[in-house]
Design a protein around this ligand. Structure first.
Ligand code: TMP
Length: 213
């Protein structure tokens, strides 16, 4: 579906504490400076129903299957109410997480297996994937230190052990290998300035492609 639109769909991914949010303002600034409109959205969330599901899924103990289904329930609303309308208007869409997060967290972290999550993916959004996925890759040990020195209250995911995040990280990296044409794996242990240089290079390429499309 995204291939028919000129405006790109970008997703930001990584384990909790990898620092993806640090780069969000610079990305919006850059898109705005190029003269494009953009929207900032997130998963789970992005719609009134999605935000309610987010509160539940981040704070209520539940089965891994329930968790996966809630992520995709929120995603279905998000796609139809927010992502596709924005792309049709010609706005760039930058989403904090998309289905790669379900593959990594529910498929890998919760050990549901990738194929179950891929089945939900092909049912919920056949043909729609981000044009660019920025994967902020960081060791779970460093990410845990960053989380500890950060905000106060932690959600169900942020309270998980390092071994959980090892599985999440491995599933993300496997997914990046599977889809090299849309993934950019960033070494999030580097300084934000160095990480930004790589992001800007790829945004330039994406801009050229979207103008030519
Ligand atoms: P955030 O902290 O980046 O806003 O993401 C909320 C949490 O939800 C984060 O720990 C990752 C998790 N998550 C999943 O487990 N599966 C998903 O499909 C998505 C979108 C997020």
């Amino acid at each position: 579906m995204s291939q028919q639109c000129h405006a790109p769909f970008i997703s930001l991914e990584g384990i909790d504490g990898a620092g993806k949010s640090t780069h969000v303002p610079a990305i919006y600034r850059w898109i705005g400076e190029q003269g494009f409109k953009w929207i900032h959205t997130r998963e789970p969330g992005g719609t009134p129903l999605g935000e309610q599901l987010r509160t539940l899924v981040l704070n209520t103990p539940m089965q891994a299957e329930t968790e996966a289904l809630m992520m995709f329930a929120a995603r279905a609303e998000h796609i139809h109410q927010v992502i596709l309308p924005a792309l049709k208007r010609g706005d760039w869409v930058v989403s904090d997480r998309f289905s790669d997060a379900s593959v990594a967290y529910q498929g890998g972290g919760r050990e549901l297996g990738v194929s179950k999550v891929e089945a939900l993916e092909s049912w919920t959004h056949p043909g729609l994937q981000p044009d660019l996925t920025l994967l902020f890759d960081l060791s779970p040990e460093i990410a845990a230190q960053r989380l500890q020195s950060g905000r106060g209250d932690r959600d169900r995911f942020e309270l998980e052990q390092t071994t959980f995040f090892d599985r999440v990280r491995a599933a993300y990296l496997q997914r990046a290998q599977q889809f090299p044409e849309r993934f950019l794996v960033l070494d999030a242990a580097q300084s934000p300035e160095r990480v930004w240089i790589r992001i800007e290079e790829v945004l330039e390429i994406l801009k050229k492609r979207s103008v030519q499309a």
